[in-house]
Write a new protein. Structure first.
Ligand code: ADE
Length: 224
């Protein structure tokens, strides 16, 4: 998979890919992540990429031309399956969307800033708009990093068996059951006996039951 991220703040998108699972996925060649500074595609000497709103109103708008130039250059180099715009009024990111995107080959992610992008960018280039929740960030970069993390960890070979994504919360519309590690007794707080029993069938049954109970309590909407 290849992910191209278009941003005015490439420095915000460095560290998420320089540690742990995402770093290893890149090193193993399972994903390529490239950031593109939108200012490099500005058409004037001031590297301007935003301008005042037509019709008046507070806040600047990202101009279509630099975005068009950047996307067009990328599209000349390869085909893209999705061009995603990170925006608080997009579809809320879910495990289902992450699963779907993890099956794609090449995607572009455009990070919004200021008031957002000229509507014509959304109308003519964007194939999908994604929000990471009902709150407003100062830009789309952190949201893009969240999306990339959710997608990349699902790529075959990124997680080992011991961290398999198949047992994550949401993967089967249930929250994950409680988990424990050593010591089995800490200050009298004991791990449930069943987990120490060695009876794998019973343990699996217990986990399914706990996942169900936990979901009913915290997220009954997932069971509807
Ligand atoms: N840009 C600003 N806020 C955002 C959000 N909640 N999700 C995605 N992109 C954003």
């Amino acid at each position: 998979m290849r992910i191209d991220i278009i941003t005015v703040l490439p420095e915000l998108l460095a560290s998420p890919f320089e540690a742990s699972i995402l770093k290893r996925a890149i090193e193993k060649g399972l994903v390529e992540v490239h950031t593109h500074n939108l200012r490099d595609f500005s058409t004037n000497n001031y590297k301007q990429i935003d301008d005042y709103q037509f019709g008046g109103g507070a806040g600047m708008v990202m101009m279509i031309e630099p975005i068009d130039k950047c996307i067009s250059k990328l599209k000349l180099e390869r085909e893209y399956d999705e061009i995603i715009y990170m925006t608080p009024d997009g579809a809320t990111l879910s495990q289902g969307i992450a699963n779907e995107l993890s099956l794609k080959g090449n995607i572009i992610i455009l990070c919004g800033h200021y008031k957002g992008v000229d509507q014509r960018v959304r109308d003519h280039f964007i194939t999908r708009e994604i929000s990471i929740g009902d709150f407003v960030l100062s830009g789309g970069e952190l949201a893009a990093a969240v999306l990339c993390d959710a997608v990349i960890r699902l790529l075959p070979g990124v997680l080992g068996n011991e961290t398999s994504a198949l047992t994550d919360s949401f993967q089967d519309d249930l929250l994950a059951p409680p988990i424990y590690t050593r010591p089995a007794d800490y200050k009298g707080w004991k791990v449930p006996d069943i987990l120490l029993s060695g009876n794998t069938a019973k343990i699996e049954e217990w986990r399914e039951n706990e996942a169900q109970k936990h979901t009913e309590k915290r997220r009954p909407d997932l069971l509807e």
